[in-house]
Design a protein around this ligand. Structure first.
Ligand code: AKG
Ligand code: FE2
Length: 406
């Protein structure tokens, strides 16, 4: 079973397993709408999928950064930066600096990830929710890699940081269990988790809403306005936002220094499914004590518009945001989603190193009608009249890529 928030996990190749030879013929999940791509010059030092296992490391590229002061000024025109980050030629990720209160909320929540992961198995078992396909509460080894093997590399804890009970309507909980089911918190075993998760989730949402307003402004500067409302309005009225606390277990294979390990050794290539994802900078620890990452090649990678792989770098006190597939479609490609993955550290110094991070998937309400361009063939299913609710759309994606008997 894979995460509802990242349908594309299902498309990742066997490259996900550090034990298997990487195959790069698979493309990460993308819709069939492709914005114009600016080709990098032939002499570009960036590498493509086909040469990712060569000796040359992928280049590290810093995100476009917007300060919180600029972001919260409604009269500031930061369309240029939005275009640089999210536009057809951007990296697909940008970061927000100087958000008041953010560094301590990040520290606090991320330190809870290893503690959650090390709770007794029976406690974590009680936090599992098969009904939501493990999209509420604890999930470990439930997502399936395309190789068919369970993904044991990371554990996740999912909750809606805004609404504990998104709806009480039984029919809706049955129809959209991963969005409509109630949160499950380890109130006895780890009582600090709930307030820390909610506080960070709310802050990332608030900053995301400010960013969404600027995205709308950028998109309306071009001629292709969303037909069905602005990104900010869609996110404001949604009851579907989902937080995911991720804990990457220390790899037993990390002592390997061989270069045949894939760039997606910790988290496979995928594109987020929703509207906008807020992402903390990953925290590396050993036995829960924070340490600088022992391998500069480890961390988040993205695939650029021209299909090349770069490592993305942003400050630990910055919040990164990525566009999801739904926004790419609704904005007709003005705002582009970005395939990304996570590379595990290698070498002896990486032994026992774990990584914690938090993602907030901001997405439309299950009831939100999405108007897709009629000409599009989305995930190979057609949308009647080009219109579908986000909840049904998600289910269709899941039906295609996930075990139906989940
Ligand atoms: O671990 C990370 O930095 C990225 C996680 C991610 O992409 C996701 O959960 O969708
Ligand atoms: Fe992601």
């Amino acid at each position: 079973m894979a995460s509802l928030n990242h349908s594309a996990y299902l498309l990742r190749g066997s490259a996900d397993s550090p034990l298997l030879r990487p195959t790069y013929t698979k493309t990460p999940a993308r819709f069939f709408y492709h914005p114009p791509i600016q080709q990098l010059p032939r002499s570009s030092p960036l590498r493509s999928f086909s040469d990712m296992s060569s000796q040359t490391p992928a280049p590290a590229v810093s995100t476009v950064t917007i300060s919180y002061t600029e972001l919260k000024d409604p009269s500031a025109d930061i369309s240029e930066k939005i275009e640089l980050g999210f536009g057809p030629n951007g990296l697909g990720i940008l970061s927000i600096s100087d958000v008041p209160g953010y560094p301590s909320l990040r520290q606090h929540l991320l330190h809870l990830a290893p503690r959650l992961a090390s709770l007794p198995e029976e406690v974590k078992c009680e936090l599992e929710d098969p009904n939501s396909r493990y999209n509420i509460g604890w999930s470990h080894g439930k997502e399936k890699l395309e190789s068919g093997k369970p993904d044991l590399l990371k554990g996740s804890f999912y909750a809606n940081p805004i609404l504990d009970i998104p709806t009480t309507e039984i029919s809706l909980v049955k129809r959209y269990p991963s969005y409509c089911g109630p949160n499950m918190w380890p109130r006895h075993a780890l009582p600090e988790l709930e307030p820390a998760f909610k506080a960070l989730g709310k802050l990332i949402l608030d900053v995301g809403l400010l960013l969404a307003r600027h995205c709308d402004r950028y998109a309306s500067n071009g001629s292709k306005l969303h037909k069905d409302g602005s990104l900010q309005q869609i996110l404001l009225r949604s009851r579907c936002h989902k937080g995911r606390l991720l804990y990457y277990f220390p790899s037993l294979y990390c002592i390997s220094t061989e270069d045949d390990e894939t760039v997606s050794s910790w988290c496979g290539w995928h594109t987020d499914h929703g509207s906008l994802t807020g992402l903390t900078c990953g925290m590396f620890t050993r036995d829960a004590v924070e340490l600088p990452c022992p391998d500069s090649a480890a961390g988040l990678y993205v695939k650029t518009r021209s299909g090349q792989i770069v490592k993305v770098v942003y400050g630990e006190d910055e919040i990164a945001y990525q566009i999801g597939e739904t926004t790419e479609i609704l904005s007709r490609g003005q705002l582009c989603a970005t395939p990304h993955c996570v590379r595990a550290p290698k070498g002896e110094a990486a032994f026992g190193v774990e990584r914690s991070t938090f993602a907030l998937f901001m997405q439309p309400d299950w009831d939100e009608k999405l108007i897709f361009p009629e000409s599009m063939n989305i995930h190979e299913f057609s949308t009647p009249n080009g219109s579908i609710s986000f909840g049904d759309y998600t289910e269709k994606v899941l039906d295609k890529y996930y075990d139906l008997e989940a």
